[in-house]
Design a protein around this ligand. Structure first.
Ligand code: HEC
Length: 125
């Protein structure tokens, strides 16, 4: 009986731990995810589109077009660090188009960068 009870308590503790860690789908905190959502909606979706297809209103005049985030092959080809670098430094610094602006305001904000990587990755999940 004691054993049964402690198993029960342990199971409950684990379940609430997973929930408080954001559903256990990644190591990204709930606060970082919220930040990523907000920045993406206000800054990035202008070009990248709300669905990450690269079809935001600001993309019409761009050539090349912003990356289609739902492309799983592209997702597999880039590291999280590459995504963070291009967000902060912009396309030109990474040998890509100047159409992707630099965002130096996030250079010292790891929570924002983790949230943005999580958001960018979420379109292909
Ligand atoms: C003014 C339009 C514009 C805005 C705003 C913008 N981007 Fe981009 N982004 C682009 C374009 C254009 C490309 C394609 C560059 C290329 O392929 O040469 C791109 C490419 C990217 C890539 C792919 C890099 C690669 O290796 O293919 C990532 C990741 C990215 N942007 C993230 C973001 C995030 C996150 C934000 C918001 C903080 C953002 N961008 C804001 C236009 C924009």
């Amino acid at each position: 009986m004691t054993r049964f009870l402690s198993t029960l308590i342990l199971t409950g503790a684990c379940a609430s731990l997973v929930l408080s860690c954001g559903g256990g789908d990644s190591g990204v905190s709930a606060a970082a995810k919220a930040k990523g959502e907000e920045i993406f909606a206000t800054v990035c979706s202008t070009c990248h589109g709300k669905s990450g297809l690269g079809d935001g209103p600001g993309a019409a005049a761009l050539d090349p077009k912003p990356r289609n985030y739902t492309d799983k092959e592209w997702q597999a080809s880039v590291t999280d660090q590459h995504i963070k670098d291009i967000i902060v430094q912009g396309g030109a610094a990474m040998g890509l188009s100047t159409g992707m602006p630099a965002h130096p305001q996030f250079a010292n904000d790891p929570e924002a960068l983790d949230g943005l990587v999580w958001k960018v990755r979420s379109f292909a999940r």
